[in-house]
Write a protein that binds this ligand. Structure first.
Ligand code: URA
Length: 200
């Protein structure tokens, strides 16, 4: 198994699909490499491509704010990455061939992390990690257990920005995620919503 730095270095040089030609930065992942909780989005947007970090645009800020309400902070207790590590032009959905070319990196990230809880952000990540033809409207918040790892999906934060009426469902899903983390993640400390993470 590759070490984190080796894997990130290989990913930074990747030419496995045409997205390599249009990217500014490869967006490998962010957060704690010893986390037991993994969030997975679909692919970098404009800000992520410019900054080289996942979920740093408007959707990412909303996500960070919502996760903080259930004690989750990327500096403290989770890792976050995407199905594709390079921005699809004009934020279109990643294509099947691009996802197939890139998923090996996510599998290796998961092999290194050994997460206990995996949360897919939106349908595209859920299609890759939970099952084909995932229906986010019907299936969000449901849990699937495989070999002691618990998988679920919530609405993508960009969908919440477009349609805030989905937020109450997402808060209910996040509370269930917090409860699952308490149940199965023995090393994970959830912060109180009133305690800012160290360094902020
Ligand atoms: N949307 C995603 O799916 N991933 C990001 O990193 C940013 C926005």
């Amino acid at each position: 198994m590759l070490a984190w730095d080796t894997l990130a270095g290989q990913c930074a040089q990747c030419q496995n699909c045409p997205l390599a030609q249009t990217r500014t930065h490869v967006v490998f992942g962010d957060g704690r490499q010893d986390a037991q909780v993994l969030f997975v989005g679909e692919g970098p947007g404009e800000q992520e491509d410019l900054q080289g970090r996942p979920f740093v645009g408007a959707a990412g800020q909303l996500l960070d704010e919502m996760l903080a309400l259930v004690g989750l902070h990327r500096t403290e207790n989770f890792y976050i990455a995407n199905v594709v590590k390079c921005r699809p032009p004009r934020n279109r959905d990643p294509q099947a061939g691009e996802m197939a070319a890139c998923m090996g990196y996510l599998w290796q990230q998961m092999a290194l992390l050994q997460p206990k809880v995996v949360v897919c952000l939106g349908r595209i990540a859920a299609n890759q990690l939970i099952h084909d033809n995932y229906k986010i409207t019907q299936e969000h918040g449901q849990w699937v257990e495989r070999n002691g790892v618990f998988f679920t999906a919530i609405y993508h934060p960009a969908a919440l920005l477009r349609d805030p009426s989905k937020k109450p469902d997402t808060f209910a899903d996040l509370r269930a995620i917090r409860d699952k983390v308490r149940q199965v993640c023995t090393r994970t400390q959830l912060l109180s919503p009133f305690t800012p993470p160290a360094g902020s």
